[in-house]
Every structure is written in structure tokens, then in C-alpha cells.
Design a protein. Structure first.
Length: 131
């Protein structure tokens, strides 16, 4: 599989006034700032995972998590916004990876259990809920 190619993007907006408007609760300013930062975060997650679906899910989860502090005025600079967004994306990616590994372990245990049951000739019905 070839590595995705990302182009360096140059910002065409003045982020300072947008940040000030976002810190006062302006939803449009928040959206514009997040739209400006999201492709960079998505690109870094995509490079790490090499899976567009996973990168989209991780970026969306981080976007939702960073929107509230941005709108409440808890983010002072655009640099802090980028850092928080990237940090939340990495945290979400780690959590997603851990959930997948745990689910894989549960599936392996279930296969092993049903393999033992089928060898012994017993009929067993089970319902398994993986969280």
C-alpha cells in the first residue's frame, strides 16, 4: 500500500479575529476555525493508521471533544487549539486501538470455548455482549 500524499496547506483566513469571536460563543467562528484545523489532524491520523474510515472517526470524535472548550472560551490561541485537537485525536486513536484489541481477545476466547465444547460433543447456546 502506498503512503498517502499530503500537500502543505496555507491558511487563507485571519485566525486571530475568528478566535476572539469563537471565544465569545460565535458558532460560525468556531466552525471556521475547526474547519481550518481539521484537515491537518485528519492527515496526521491517516498517516498513522493508513485507513481513511478510522481517520475520519478519530478526527470526528476529537472535533466534537474540542468544540466545547473552544466555544466556552477555554482555548486562548490557535496554537493551543491545534495542540488540543491533535492530542484528543491521539487519545481517541489509542482508545480505539485498545477496544479493537480487547474485542479480538474476546473473540479468540469465544472461539476457543466453542472449540472445546464441540470437541466434547455438548450442545451449548451462549449470548456474548462485547463492550
Amino acid at each position: 500500500m502506498n503512503a498517502p500524499i499530503l500537500e502543505h496547506r496555507v491558511s487563507n483566513i485571519d485566525e486571530g479575529p475568528l478566535l476572539e469571536r469563537a471565544r465569545t460563543g460565535d458558532v460560525d467562528a468556531c466552525a471556521a476555525l475547526l474547519d481550518e484545523v481539521a484537515p491537518d489532524v485528519y492527515g496526521s491520523v491517516l498517516l498513522e493508521t493508513r485507513d481513511a474510515g478510522t481517520a475520519e472517526r478519530v478526527t470526528h470524535a476529537a472535533l466534537v471533544a474540542v468544540a466545547t472548550p473552544l466555544q466556552k472560551g477555554e482555548i486562548a490561541t490557535v496554537r493551543e487549539l491545534r495542540w488540543r485537537f491533535s492530542s484528543l485525536a491521539r487519545r481517541e486513536l489509542a482508545a480505539m486501538t485498545e477496544r479493537r484489541q480487547r474485542l479480538t481477545g474476546v473473540r479468540a476466547s469465544i472461539r476457543h470455548l466453542f472449540g472445546l465444547v464441540s470437541v466434547s460433543g455438548l450442545a451449548v447456546y451462549a449470548t456474548v455482549v462485547a463492550i
